[in-house]
Design a protein around this ligand. Structure first.
Ligand code: ADP
Length: 295
């Protein structure tokens, strides 16, 4: 089972080059596509889902040429878009039953078995007769995964799935994705570094339409070994530090910024060497790729 993306390029009518020669090889399991807003993730996901064209490049899912035969792909695709539109006044069971009809599951008995199986899988069987509109964000996302699984797809695309979920819901959703991802190709597109850290063995980082890293999260982290330094500073000092050093991340702890900077040598008194994490990698890669484009 393999998805091969080669030389994919797309420029919109307004001149924005959303995809710039994107090439990736993705096998079975959870693949994380990480990038800031505007990086081109949704453009790539929509092209993969057969919903929009590319100017150049090829997309092969096993022996299916996605750009030439989008209808062939559809039988093998599950797609959970950023905003999964939920129908009002319809129960979880009715919604999945309806979507199964649309996906061509014609036999009534077969459809009943499938819908019940999916409801069990996403842990919503007890809620099957409840109106979906009243579901929490996490429950709606789980219904979104259930509908994506109709038809046993080989490729599942999930676009920004955890935005707006509380920690408990996010955990349940992660467990479900990990379970699904052991059997098929799942591409998880997100700007949330923790989603990728917790779930994916392979990943790519995207910025300004380009793939700027492709490999395992641990290998990415190893590239920054010995180069990340941490310091608590005063809020009023933040701008000065940003001018003077390569600040790759900052977070507030008890009202004071804790900054991480990237440097091959100890930058100054008061800095402490820390083990790099995936967030450091993400910001460091994004910063250096943005600089190389601006220069
Ligand atoms: P992401 O999903 O990573 O946030 P997108 O693929 O949505 O990125 O967007 C990539 C770039 O393409 C952005 O600059 C965005 O404004 C632009 N863009 C996206 N869709 C369109 C469109 N239909 N027409 C014109 N520009 C678009």
């Amino acid at each position: 089972m393999k998805l091969i993306i080669e030389g994919l390029t797309k420029t919109y009518a307004n001149g924005v080059k959303a995809l710039d020669n994107v090439s990736l090889e993705i096998g079975k399991g959870m693949f994380g596509l990480l990038g800031p807003n505007g990086a081109g993730k949704s453009s790539l996901m929509r092209t993969l889902a057969g919903l929009q064209d590319a100017d150049q490049g090829t997309l092969m899912l096993n022996d299916i040429d996605i750009l030439k035969s989008p209808q062939e792909l559809r039988k093998n695709l599950g797609y959970l878009p950023q905003e999964f539109g939920v129908y009002p006044k319809i129960t979880a069971y009715q919604l999945l039953n309806h979507l199964a009809i649309l996906k061509g599951v014609k036999n009534k008995g077969e459809r009943k078995d499938l819908v019940e199986h999916l409801l069990q899988k996403v842990n919503l069987f007890d809620k099957r007769h409840k109106v979906v509109k009243g579901f929490s964000g996490g429950m709606k996302q789980r219904i979104g995964i259930a509908q994506a699984l109709i038809g046993n797809p080989q490729l599942i695309i999930v676009d920004e799935p955890t935005a707006g979920l509380d920690p408990g819901e996010r955990n349940r959703f992660h467990n479900l994705l990990a379970d699904v991802g052991s059997e098929v190709i799942v591409i998880l597109s997100t700007h949330i570094v923790d989603d990728v850290r917790e779930l994916c063995t392979e990943m790519a980082i995207m910025n300004l339409g380009r793939i700027i890293y492709n490999g395992g999260p641990e290998d990415a982290i190893a590239t920054l070994e010995g180069q990340v330094w941490e310091k608590r500073i005063g809020r009023e000092e933040l701008n000065d530090y940003k001018k003077q050093y390569q600040v790759i991340s900052e977070k507030m702890i008890a009202g004071k910024p804790l900054i991480h900077i990237q440097s091959e040598v100890m930058p100054a008194e008061g800095f402490k060497a820390v083990a790099p994490n995936l967030e450091d990698v993400f910001f460091s890669f994004i910063m250096s790729s943005s600089e190389s484009v601006t220069l």
